[in-house]
Design a protein around this ligand. Structure first.
Ligand code: ADP
Length: 479
């Protein structure tokens, strides 16, 4: 390779990611002809695009019409064909796409080489589409098995040429027992795990919350000053200390993500005057000390609330309750959990993130409901609600801050209603995902979903949490 000097791009991977939203990942689908590679890959690609993720399908047959035209089916040509596909997949993935390759790739050596080529640049999954040859021949979507059995196609994989079953595939798709949509959904789950790394993300969020919790308690147990913000809400040194701990942690671990926090202005705009975080690939939504009034009143009902949103949806959340030493957390599709804050959590994150014994669920009560009411904000709508529905309400629990959401998520309370434009996204993001993952519905007061990471972070239409749809109260005329 004399006289060749590869030119390195000055663009960093994370800046590219801000635009494409996707961490580089390649799904390498291997299996017999007719096993279902293209059908599943196409459904998977369509699902990614529909949900706003850049994805690209590289089909073995399609590349043979262009990039690999001229290559035949001798072992050498097949090997060269796969090498070119692997190099192409690497480039496309590096450009910020979720890539799905469909290639029979009959031998383990060429699949291992594909992994070697691709994995420095992208997460690599070897996906074995395990359909037996008899089933592939029965389907025979391209009429090739008929020809192969008639001896018209020499070296046809599975008939007259060998197929080496993957020894350690990362994913196996059983198309006899799972539908196209189910197989594509399974790949989609892996793609999302790769894009957001749920274990890593949640664990780092838990670390930040546990550290913030310690910083808050140190101040809580000593002397602190109270000042007042422009809107007359109180601010203590604990709010600022907690904000510093959390934002410094996220800015160092996740430089690619944006931050929306109660304690910092949100003035970072793009050339069109739109908040930059709207164009990013993920935003932490932070209330470093939710319930400053409870903190000052020393009733222990204050929280650290952190949500993570992408595609205008909260995907992950962590709520720490420092005075009680508790940590609640949830990830979309993975459930809601409760654990205790330890020094280990602050240092290393949560060891067993999705431990079944720590999972929490909403109650199934639909009568004798336990409704939570805000400790700091009494209002006429809530009074009217309680009066009108008094036959259905068993108990009124007062609780400050987003502790309300935690109580509902763990089944201690059942419902909460809040009217008006008082709450901001940072007040609700953490408890929204926690409640949703515990089985509740979390919407605006009219039952409409709340978009996350909006230009205007005020929740203009209040919010409502219901453990069960049947628990909805009569709100007729309450405004
Ligand atoms: P390959 O790309 O592996 O050669 P294709 O996707 O072209 O295979 O063909 C697979 C055939 O099997 C299609 O006709 C598809 O409709 C059919 N099929 C039936 N069930 C499934 C399934 N669960 N997953 C994928 N394909 C399936």
């Amino acid at each position: 390779m004399a006289n060749i000097t590869p030119y390195l791009s000055r663009v960093e991977g994370r800046d590219r990611l801000r635009i494409t939203h996707s961490r580089p990942v390649v799904f390498w689908m291997t299996g017999l002809s007719g096993s279902g590679k293209s059908t599943i890959a196409s459904a998977f690609e369509a699902r990614c695009i529909a949900e706003g993720h850049a994805a690209f399908m590289l089909d073995g047959d399609t590349v043979r019409t262009g990039l690999c035209a001229g290559l035949g089916f001798s072992p050498e040509d097949r090997s060269e064909n796969l090498r070119r596909i692997a190099e192409t997949a690497k480039i496309v993935a590096s450009a910020g796409q979720i890539v799905v390759v469909c290639a029979i790739s009959p031998d383990q050596a060429s699949r291992d080489r594909a992994r070697e080529i691709i994995s420095p640049a992208a997460d690599f999954y070897e996906v074995y589409v395990s359909t037996p040859v008899e089933e592939c021949a029965r389907r025979d979507p391209k009429g090739l098995y008929k020809k192969a059995y008639a001896g018209e196609i020499p070296s046809f994989t599975g008939v007259s040429a060998p197929y080496e079953v993957p020894q350690k595939p990362d994913i196996v798709l059983d198309t006899v027992n799972a539908s196209v949509e189910e197989c594509a959904g399974l790949l989609f789950g892996y793609a999302m795990d790769s894009a957001y790394r749920p274990d890593f993300l949640l664990s780092e969020m838990a670390k930040a919350a546990a550290r913030a919790s310690a910083a808050i308690l140190e101040i809580y147990n000593g002397q602190y000053e109270v000042s007042f913000k422009e809107d007359a809400s109180p601010l203590t040194t604990a709010d600022t200390a907690s904000n510093k701990v959390i934002t410094e942690h996220f800015r160092s671990v996740f430089p690619e993500y944006d931050i929306l926090t109660e304690e910092e202005d949100d003035s970072d705009r793009d050339a069109h005057g739109i908040p930059k975080r709207l164009n990013g690939c993920g935003t932490f939504i932070i209330d470093p000390l939710d319930g400053t009034k409870e903190f000052i009143n020393r009733n222990g009902e204050f929280c650290v609330s952190i949500g993570f949103a992408d595609h205008h949806r909260v995907m992950a959340g962590v709520i720490a309750v420092p005075a009680r030493g508790l940590l609640y957390y949830a990830y979309e599709g993975r459930g809601a959990y409760k654990t205790v804050i330890t020094e280990d959590v602050a240092e290393k994150g949560i060891a067993r993130l999705f431990a079944e014994e720590e999972q929490i669920h909403v109650s199934d009560r639909t009568e004798g409901l336990r409704i939570t009411a805000s400790r700091s904000h009494g209002d006429k709508q809530t009074e009217a609600l309680l009066e009108r529905n008094k036959d259905r309400i068993g108990d009124i629990l007062t609780a400050g801050s987003c502790l309300k959401g935690c109580l509902i998520a763990e089944g201690e309370a059942d419902i909460h209603y809040r009217w008006g434009a008082f709450m901001k996204e940072w007040d609700t993001a953490g408890m929204e995902i926690l409640c949703r993952e515990a089985g509740a519905s979390f919407t605006d007061i009219n039952g409409n979903p709340l978009a996350a990471n909006r230009a205007d972070p005020v929740n203009r239409n209040g919010f409502r949490i219901l453990n069960r749809p049947e628990a909805a109260l009569d709100v007729c005329d309450i405004k």
